[in-house]
Design a binder for this molecule. Structure first.
Ligand code: NAD
Length: 347
């Protein structure tokens, strides 16, 4: 990940100067009291009073039921693209030809300016978020937010996006997931919530879940051993491991989540888990061993990820998926990564 720190200016208040070139100032086609996600409420009547231009085009697509058309006005705001995952998502979004909003929210006291692949980004202290979003919505009404922040910020950020009508992809793990889902459903905001965005890992997760549904108890009496290794800064247990273990439990294996073995020691990671040294600071290795009661039958499942690009690419797919759902004005508003996978038209 290449984040160059271009300068050290920090926005002291919520006044945001967005200087990045963009595709054109877009007008809202909703009432002035509506404070977010404005273009998604377009209808044929409103299109008729819009000036000619890209926004009318987007409205026309929405009114058209979302058939055809491009996402030329789609912008992606990545909170926090000064963080490790956010930076990777910002790079992937630019790589996919999407417009990166050159401002993001960051943790308290962490505001700064930097550059991502030639895009100068201003990371603004999240305490000034109302003002920041006022500006972003004005400049980039067709925006989808991606959140890769910290577990402690998940619910507060989701509540905020919901309150502002901002469609969002929540990649951050942790927080109160039931509350998150409740808030999204109540708000009617379009959202993809995915604690695991690696599409291939999600596909494996789904396959395990299908196996558990189809063959409950097939591994009764077998013993399960789970070992996972992540960068030493990850203090909590792998949520993906927990999801896969819940399928193993349905397959008849008796296993307590407390039994997951976490490896955070670099020596063990290199020698035992075979993590390449250059990925000690960013990897997710998982091994599940399933052994028959007499020890004569042994299964081993592994998913070992180095780096962050698999999650970043998945987040971009989720953004495109969400933009399509918004354009189609689907009744369903809350999605997960399996929904994204099922759509089947990923890049
Ligand atoms: P990081 O520490 O590098 O970055 C987090 C950033 O969030 C920091 O820069 C911090 O200042 C900022 N932040 C804190 N509070 C904020 C707030 N209220 N608003 C905006 N920004 C705020 O962490 P990371 O390695 O990038 O990981 C971020 C999250 O992504 C973690 O929860 C991690 O578990 C999760 N993750 C998810 C997936 C997935 O596939 N869904 C994959 C990898 C990591």
């Amino acid at each position: 990940m290449a984040i160059k720190m271009a300068c050290s200016s920090t926005l002291a208040n919520s006044t945001v100067a967005i200087s990045q070139p963009r595709s054109g100032a877009l007008n809202s086609c909703a009432s002035s009291s509506f404070r977010g996600g404005v273009q998604f409420e377009c209808n044929a009547r409103v299109v008729a009073v819009q000036r000619r231009g890209k926004f009318s085009h987007v409205c026309a697509q929405a009114a058209d039921g979302g058939r055809g058309g491009s996402f030329s006005d789609l912008a992606v705001m990545v909170n926090d693209c000064s963080g490790k995952m956010g930076g990777s998502v910002a790079e992937a979004a630019i790589g996919a030809g999407l417009q990166l909003v050159p401002v993001c929210l960051t943790g308290p006291g962490m505001g700064r300016s930097f550059s991502i692949q030639g895009v100068n980004v201003e990371a603004v202290d999240s305490r000034h978020r109302e003002g920041v979003i006022d500006h972003v919505l004005k400049e980039y009404p067709y925006v989808v937010v991606v959140d890769y922040t910290l577990p402690a910020a998940v619910n507060g950020n989701a509540e905020f996006y919901c309150s502002r009508g901002l469609p969002f992809v929540m990649g951050t793990t942790g927080g109160d997931s039931e509350k998150l889902i409740e808030d999204v459903l109540q708000s009617g905001v379009y959202s993809v919530v995915a604690p695991q965005m690696g599409k291939q890992v999600v596909a494996f997760q789904a396959a395990m879940s299908i196996m558990a549904e189809q063959f409950p108890g097939a591994f009764s009496g077998y013993k399960l051993q789970v070992i996972e290794s992540h960068q030493s800064t990850k203090v909590d247990t792998s949520g993906t491991a927990k999801a896969i273990i819940s399928s193993f439990q349905k397959l008849g294996l008796d296993f307590d989540m407390e039994e997951i073995e976490m490896v955070r020691d670099s020596k063990r990671q290199i020698e035992e888990m075979k993590v390449p040294e250059e990925h000690l600071n960013g990897h997710a290795f998982h091994t599940y061993r399933v052994v028959s009661p007499d020890g004569m039958v042994n299964f081993e499942f592994q998913h070992n990820v180095c780096g962050r690009s698999i999650y970043a690419e998945g987040a971009v797919d989720a953004v495109l998926f969400l933009a399509k759902k918004i354009r189609e004005r689907t009744d369903k508003k809350l999605y997960n990564m399996i929904d994204v996978l099922r759509e089947g038209n990923m890049r």
